[in-house]
Design a protein around this ligand. Structure first.
Ligand SMILES: NC(=O)C1=CN([C@@H]2O[C@H](COP(=O)(O)OP(=O)(O)OC[C@H]3O[C@@H](n4cnc5c(N)ncnc54)[C@H](O)[C@@H]3O)[C@@H](O)[C@H]2O)C=CC1
Ligand SMILES: CC(C)=CCC[C@@H](C)[C@H]1CC[C@H]2C3=C(CC[C@]12C)[C@@]1(C)CCC(=O)C[C@@H]1CC3
Length: 345
């Protein structure tokens, strides 16, 4: 059991702090005068003023060391959605989050801010200006989403004013920006393999893509507004750029910004989804023999061919959220940050 010294309100821990969002978050926290402990299974960098603790969040004892004298915990660790490994998602996102909550109780942590996902309500069909009161997806599109739902429920249910342990969930959508290991690298890899010639559907579907600094801003506002008498306790909040954009326009701007051609030819959504589903089933059957990872998984096709954008009115009202970086500027900064992915580089 950790010794319970009174935690400083400016001492926090970022679980998953070696990751894309986690690192941006802790850089901002340091700028704002917080003392930060990072807890992650890997150490990706070193930063003055930041103490690294390497460990698995399923290991309560290891967590307790990193949470000593900490008052705020940001939990933004998860296996990558593309790993598609059910047992891993269950172990880290569900069992591991239970362990995080338990360790927070033992260490006397006062606030837990979870990075959830707006996808917890997405079932592969259109969502337009979705609010937080939409029901959780009954048929989540993949294991990642299935376990993010359970994870969010665990964290929100753990909120207890009586115990002095307050929780809130931030639901970002389509995070992008410098150092993102997913969106831009996967897109450019597909383009380099000649797979970005087609638009799935008529190309009019609107989607939220959220610049990482805006997501960070939402997390810090949530931590600073989370108090026993505030409406944030036990609630979920969408954090977006508040500028829904056509999915294919956004992809085209990134592609063209890095010197690649934008997709031009249209394919019917149902046809591409059907093919993706078939390939996914074949990959599943063959998994014991060989591991195949189709670029266009059913999940990616659904995300590329439907509307999915969310209202962040609740975050504006309860914590004064406004995106700091507009989409156009965010795209420019992102494109400039990937010189190594430029065509011909
Ligand atoms: N990238 C996106 O578009 C979105 C991400 N999210 C959520 O945001 C959070 C952060 O995502 P990213 O920064 O994009 O991912 P990332 O993969 O860059 O970072 C996740 C970090 O978690 C760490 N981690 C994984 N398993 C761990 C374990 N067992 N113990 C300790 N650390 C572990 C990884 O080492 C990694 O550093 C995740 O919870 C994700 O579900 C939500 C919505 C959209
Ligand atoms: C069609 C194609 C190959 C596009 C390339 C870009 C995709 C890799 C991204 C487009 C939308 C992104 C997205 C996520 C991951 C990367 C994309 C599929 C998430 C699944 C990441 C985790 C979440 O919580 C939800 C995200 C939705 C959007």
């Amino acid at each position: 059991m950790a010794t319970r010294t009174r935690p400083s309100s400016k001492r926090c821990a970022v679980i998953g702090g070696s990751g894309f969002l986690g690192r941006h978050l802790l850089e901002r926290l340091v700028d704002r005068g917080y003392t930060v402990n990072v807890f992650d299974i890997r150490q990706a960098y070193e930063l003055p003023g930041v103490t690294f603790h390497r460990g698995d969040l399923c290991d309560r004892q290891a967590l307790l060391v990193a949470l000593k004298e900490v008052s705020i915990v940001f939990h933004c660790a998860s296996p990558a959605p593309a790993s598609d490994d059910r047992a891993l998602f269950q172990r880290v996102n569900i069992d591991g989050t239970r362990t995080v909550i338990q360790a927070c109780h033992e260490a006397g942590v006062q606030k837990l801010i979870l990075t959830s996902s707006a996808s917890v309500v997405f079932e592969g069909t259109d969502i337009k200006n979705g609010r937080e009161d939409l029901p959780y997806a009954k048929k989540p599109i993949d294991y990642y989403t299935e376990t993010k739902i359970q994870q969010e429920k665990l964290v929100l249910e753990a909120c207890s004013k009586e115990k002095g342990f307050l929780t809130v969930a931030i639901r970002p959508h389509g995070i992008f920006g410098p150092r993102d290991p997913q969106l831009v690298p996967i897109l450019i890899d597909a383009a380099r393999r000649g797979k970005m010639k087609f638009i799935i559907g008529d190309g009019s579907n609107l989607v939220d893509f959220t610049y990482v600094e805006n997501v960070v801003h939402g997390h810090i506002l949530a931590a600073e507004h989370l108090k026993a008498d505030s409406p944030l306790c036990g609630q979920a909040y969408h954090i977006t750029n508040d500028e829904p954009v056509r999915f294919w326009d956004f992809m085209s701007q990134i592609l063209e910004g890095l010197g690649y051609s934008a997709p031009r030819y249209h394919l019917p959504y149902t046809l591409v989804y059907g093919i993706a589903l078939l390939l996914w089933l074949i990959a599943l059957v063959l998994r014991p023999l060989i591991r195949i990872k189709p670029t266009f998984s059913p999940m990616r096709v659904a995300l590329a061919g439907t509307h999915h954008y969310y209202s962040c009115a609740r975050a504006k009202k309860d914590m004064g959220y406004q995106p700091l970086v507009p989409l156009r500027e965010a795209i420019v900064r992102t494109v400039e940050s990937y010189p190594h992915l430029r065509k011909g580089a």
